[in-house]
Each structure stands twice: as C-alpha cells, then as structure tokens.
Design a binder for this molecule. Structure first.
Ligand code: ADP
Ligand code: MG
Length: 703
C-alpha cells in the first residue's frame, strides 16, 4: 500500500462505499489521509451526567435506557426523545425534532457518545441536549470494525470527521486507522533546514497525530487547528502553494517587456485629459503603475478599489502612457453594457487629446466587425474597448502595449493570458472592486502586484440603506418619487439567477409596465435587460444618462461599472435573492455625485442568512467589511466562483481560518525560492511541485 493506492483496494471498502467516497472527491489513500478531522472530543476524561452543568458543551458516554417517538403520526415528523444514563445513574434526555428515523437507531441498551450543549428543562426538571451529535459505541448492527481496537472510539481524544450520508465519522476513523497501521512512513518533502528551524514534526508523524492525537494533547489547540501536527500540515500545504506562486512570479519577471517612457509629453497629455483633480490615492497608484510600466518587463498589476473609488480614470492615465509611446490599448469588460459604458467614458476623455476609441462587442454585425477589426489591425485606433469578442483570434492589433481588464473576478486566468498573446508581452492592468485581504490577493492572483485605491473621491456622502418588506413597497416608491421630483434619477433592479435571465427579463418587463402605467404614469421609465440588442441597450443607457429617462428598470446587467452620477436611488426588488457582494456592487451604482443617495432593499421571504445579509448592508458601506462577511457567509469557493478564479483547492488549510499560517508560509516560500540552501534543494522542490501540486493549484506554468 502506498499513497496512490485506490481506496477500493482497502479492506472494508466495497464498491458502494468506494462510490460514496469518490463522490466526496476521495479516491486514493492520500485523499483519505488529507480528509482530516474537523473536531476532536476528549473521551478520556469524561464527566458523569451528574456533574454536567447547564450551558456547557459536553461529551457524554452513556447508555440508552428508553426511547420514544411522540407528536405527529408521520414517522419523519414527530419528536424523538431518548433517555440516557451512566454510572452516575443520573438521566440526560436527548431530543430530536423530525427524529422519527432514530427509532431504529438509538435502541435500548446501546452505548452511545453524545456531544452537544447541556440544557436544563425546567418543565420536566431534567438535563437535556437538543439535537446532540451521537455516535454508537457498541453493538450497532452492520458495524465493521474488523481489526480496529474498541479503544479507538472512546477512552482517548477521539477524532470527529465530517460525516456524509452513510459515511459516518466512525467509519472514517476505522478506515484511517487501518490505513495508518499499514502505510510505510512517507518521505518528508519539506526542506530539512526548514523543518528543523520551525521545529515541525516530520510529515508521517504529523499525519498520524492529526488523525489520532497522542494522549497528552491539548484539546483546545486541536480544536483551533493549532496543534503542532495540524500546524505542520497546514503550513506545508501553503508552503508549496506559495513556492509555486513565487516561481511563477519569478518567471514572469524575466520576460522581456516594453519599457514605456515617462516623458514630459506624457505628463502634459495626462494633465490635459483629466476632467478633475485626482485623489491622493489615485495619484499614488498611478505612480506605482507608471513606475511599473517604465520597467523593461511586462507589468502584471491588480488595481483594487471599492465601487466608486475611481479606478477608470487611473486606467485612462495608464492608457495615455501607452499611447504616447506609440502603442495601442485594449480594454476588456465582462458585459456589453459595461463595455459600452467604458467606451463612452474613454471616448469622452481621450478624444480631448486626439485619441480614437472604438467599441467592439459580439453583437455587432459581421460587416461592422470586420471593418472595425481592420481599423485596429492597421493601427488607426488607439484604444479598443470590448467584451469577450476581443479575445477572438481574428482580432489583431498593430502594436498592443497595454491590456486593461476590468472586474477580473469575472474572467479566468486563461482569458487574461489570451489577451496577453495579442501583443509581444504587453503590460497588463486588471481592475477589481472585490476588496480582498492583501495576502489572499497575492495568493489568488499569484503573479500580480497589487495597487489599492483606499479613498473615495471628495464630497461623497455615504449611501443610506433602508429595508422594506414587500407589503411596504408603496412607501419605497413614494420615497423614490420625492427624489425624482427633486431632479434625481432612480434604478429599479430585479434579481437574475444566472441561468434564468429570461425569467428575470419577464419580471423586469412586467414591473416596467406596472411602474410606467400605474405607479408613475407621468414619469418616463426605461427598461434594460440582457436580451436587448446592443444598439438598443446603448440607446436606453444614453437616454438615462442624459436624464430623458428618470427611472431605469433593469435586471442585474447593470451590476458593474454603470456610471450615472445624477442617479440617487437604487431600489432592489427581492433583495433576499442576491449575494452580499452583488448587493454592494448594485448599491455602488448610486452615490457617484455630490447628492445624498439611497439604497432601498425590498424583500419578500427571508431566511436567517438573508436577514444577516440585509442587516450587514443596512449597517455598513465598507466594501472591505462586506467582502469579509460575504467570504464568511458563503465560504471562499462560492465567493470567488471556485475554479474559474484560480482559487486553489486547499485540503487541510483554510484561507479564512489560517491567514496567520499563510503569512508565515508565504515568507518562508519567497525566501526559499530566492535563496535556496542549494541548487539541488531548489531542483527537488520544483520537481515536487510540478508533480504534485501544479494541477491542483492551477499553477500551469511552473518550472
Ligand atoms: P469604479 O472604481 O467603481 O470603477 P469609477 O471609475 O466609475 O469608479 O468612478 C466613479 C465616479 O467617480 C465616476 O463618475 C468618476 O468620474 C468619478 N471620479 C473618479 N475620481 C474622481 C475624482 N478624483 N474627483 C471627482 N470625481 C471622480
Ligand atoms: Mg469600474
């Protein structure tokens, strides 16, 4: 047996278990060993029931004395109650609502470990646990412990694994124990100097002690994932990841690139183009970008700034640097509306200094497209703004020097590379409004340097956010009316669940009729959705911008980038259906001028999570805080849209829980790659990363 042995070869794993394990992504011995306990119970110093105190979390080992199902007749509904007792002869009652299924599981006489919060039921005068976790310790039918000692499950610090359907925590414990008993010790891959200096346990010991902590283990450390063994595994995972990132970054730095000249002429043109005075933060990031563009290697920079912080003008400044040096600029946007918006903005400010800006999206006719492409290929156009259509093979530039990619999280890393291939190592500036912690950003975006705009343009008033339940929607409308009467404009947005733009479009159409005919018959109301043809979209947007339309009813196609400073009301229908970051983005469409702006969140049915989201938005306008809450509520996978974004699939480590270890690992990795103890050590590490980590972490180009 070795790490690559398929789990189906392990005793006790038949075809059906193997299939269930596979569904959880566990196929080999290595996979199973990486499936570490999420919690530990101390079953060596157990408190007798008579010593339990209400309010504490406790583990109890006791016997089922009696059990009953009461309440509704239907088995899956009623309340299941079991009375447990131990040598102290005191009674503890476990209660499970919808617990009918337990009637055949927790039967009289069984020995069980229970874990939960102890409560005192004053009515019955007894100690209870509501929905405790349980584990049957004896005599369960179908148990297949084989050679595993009974002491595996009790009388020690016991690992608790996340169960999944029929895969119980007990089964994981038995299988892992069996594998560890047979598996020869693994060779340690971490550089020995590092292991010695950080006093890390060797890998085999770390794996063993993470699954089966030695008797003297500190339970608090274990449950905080900070025992020496757990630390080593988490550190190791981050270390290799960061080594891969460092290698990739180092490689990018050796490529030849364009050293843009920062002449007096460049400065003059930027001055002539600027419609306003940049903020200190904008000046600082422009300086970082300019210095980077000046270097004779390709720039790979992430420009991060909350919605409305003014990233676009900084991008325009970078564009001026490129164009004045005789190069073309490509601006890639995730949606047609945003592309149109950017094209409009760039045209407006860059035509002042004589540049030609052009929009190219998929919805243009073939003839139009081929004409536009010709202009680009001949170098008659300085700035090309577009959607994915820009990535197509037949879009050729005469001399591409700078690629600007907006809202990076909408594009994959590969698309970024696709853009780069259209020039000879052009500089790349990616922009995102998703404020993520710096270390995380550097890890996620790997080879990117990061610039942050941490200041809003002057005179902005924080947006006031109000919540209305849908029975009070009329109040929200009348508030909107008072703003329109004062000369302002408003958005009304409908949720769109990715796959049902059609449905959202219908809802928006219906609402458009309702608002324009019944609620605001005297006010011009526009309609915008993803299914409109591009010219139509552009004309609706244009009329809203000019103020001919006072209200714009829309699906979430306007989520990013749309910029109409006179709009002060953002009304979001069925706000409970949006994610936090999305709501924050939508809210960012208002508050772009000097006037007080408002976000009105209208909700229908809410669950706890939705309530939490709405509360967060009403309380805060801080994009950083909101992103962190979003990350916490949804987890990193969903937050970044997993694979697409290049988010590494970590197994033992957790970016949210372990940022401190990530920091240490990053430092060590950077140091190791920069000053390896020997060429041989570096060569070994690179080979190891290539073989084991590349695919998983998407570090495609390492080595
Ligand atoms: P985002 O970072 O969300 O892309 P934008 O670049 O769209 O933000 O800028 C938001 C609005 O603020 C735009 O109307 C822009 O013209 C304006 N703006 C940006 N910087 C400044 C500034 N320094 N002073 C005044 N207005 C600014
Ligand atoms: Mg923007």
């Amino acid at each position: 047996m070795d790490l690559t042995t398929p789990l189906s070869f392990i005793k006790g794993i038949g075809p059906s278990r193997a299939a269930m394990l596979q569904a959880k992504g566990l196929e080999t011995v290595e996979d199973l060993l990486a499936y570490v306990p999420f919690r530990y119970e101390d079953r060596s110093n157990l408190k007798p029931i008579s010593h339990l105190a209400p309010g504490e979390m406790a583990t109890v080992v006791a016997e089922v004395r009696s059990a009953r199902l009461s309440g509704l007749k239907r088995r899956d509904l009623g309340l299941f109650e079991a009375r447990f007792t131990d040598s102290s002869r005191a009674i503890l009652t476990g209660k499970w609502f919808h617990g009918g299924y337990l009637a055949n599981v927790l039967i009289e006489g069984l020995k069980v470990a229970l874990y939960g919060k102890v409560e005192f039921d004053t009515y019955a005068g007894e100690l209870t646990m509501l929905h405790p976790e349980y584990e049957i310790l004896s005599g369960a039918p179908g148990d297949d412990d084989g050679d595993a000692p009974a002491s595996l499950h009790t009388g020690r610090v016991v690992p608790i694994y996340e169960a999944a359907g029929k895969l119980t925590t007990r089964m994981f414990r038995v299988l892992t124990h069996r594998i560890l008993a047979e598996l020869p010790p693994e060779e340690d891959q971490l550089p020995p100097q590092l292991v010695a200096r950080l006093k890390l346990p060797d890998r085999s010991t770390a794996i063993r002690q993470t699954h089966f902590p030695p008797p003297e283990s500190d339970l608090r450390l274990l449950n905080a994932f900070r025992s020496p063994a757990q630390f080593r595994l988490i550190f190791e995972e981050f270390f290799w990841l960061e080594c891969g990132v460092a290698l990739k970054r180092g490689k990018a730095r050796t490529l030849p690139g364009i050293a843009f000249d920062l002449s007096a002429r460049v400065r003059e043109q930027i001055k002539a183009m600027l419609p306003f005075k940049p903020t200190e933060a904008q000046k600082r990031v422009l300086k970082e970008i300019a210095e980077d563009m000046n270097q004779p290697r390709p720039m790979n920079r992430l420009l991060q700034g909350d919605v409305g912080s003014g990233k676009t003008i900084v991008a325009a400044e970078a564009a001026v640097i490129a164009v004045e040096n005789g190069y073309q600029v490509a601006v890639l946007a995730p949606t047609e509306i945003l592309a149109a918006q950017h094209a409009f903005y760039f045209k407006q400010i860059l035509s002042k200094i004589g540049y030609v800006t052009l929009l190219l999206t998929g919805s243009f006719s073939a003839r139009e497209k081929s004409q536009l492409k010709k202009l680009v290929a001949e170098g008659l156009v300085q700035v090309v703004v577009g959607t994915h259509a820009l990535l197509q093979k037949d879009v050729e530039f005469k001399r591409l020097g700078l690629a600007i990619i907006d809202e990076q999280h909408r594009f994959g890393v590969l698309q970024r590379l696709g853009m780069v291939e259209k020039g000879a190592h052009p500089d790349v500036l990616v922009m995102t409004a998703t404020p993520i912690p710096r270390t995380l950003a550097m890890t996620l975006y790997g080879d990117l340097d990061v610039s942050v705009i941490d200041q809003l343009p002057p005179g902005r008033k924080p947006i006031l956010t109000k919540h209305y339940t849908d029975d009070r929607v009329e109040q929200a409308y009348s508030f909107m009316k008072t703003q329109i009467d004062q000369g302002r404009q408003a958005y009304v947005v409908y949720p769109v669940i990715e796959e049902s733009e059609t449905q959202a479009m219908k809802a928006a159409q219906k609402m458009h009729q309702h608002l324009s005919r019944e609620v605001f018959p005297e006010i011009p109301v526009g309609l915008m959705h993803g299914k409109l043809a591009a010219p139509e979209k552009e004309s609706v947007m244009q009329r809203f911008k000019e103020g001919a339309l006072k209200i714009l009813v829309s699906t979430t196609v306007i989520e990013v980038g749309v910029d109409v400073p006179n709009a002060t009301v953002m009304l979001i229908e069925q706000a409970e259906r949006f994610g936090l970051s999305q709501l924050h983005q939508l809210r960012g469409r208002v508050g772009r001028g000097g006037e007080q702006s408002y976000c009105l969140l209208v909700t229908e049915k809410m669950n706890d999570a939705a309530r939490e989201r709405i509360r967060t938005l009403v309380e805060s306008t801080d994009g950083f805080y909101i992103a962190e809450m979003d990350l916490k509520l949804r987890g990193p996978g969903e937050f970044f849209g997993t694979r697409q974004s290049g988010l590494p699939s970590l197994r033992v480590a957790n970016i949210l829980r372990d940022p401190d270890i990530l920091e240490v690992a990053r430092r060590e990795a950077v140091d190791f790659i920069a000053r390896p103890p020997s060429p041989e050590a570096l060569r070994r590490a690179v080979a190891y990363i290539r073989d084991h980590w590349n695919r998983r972490y998407g570090l495609v180009t390492v080595g």
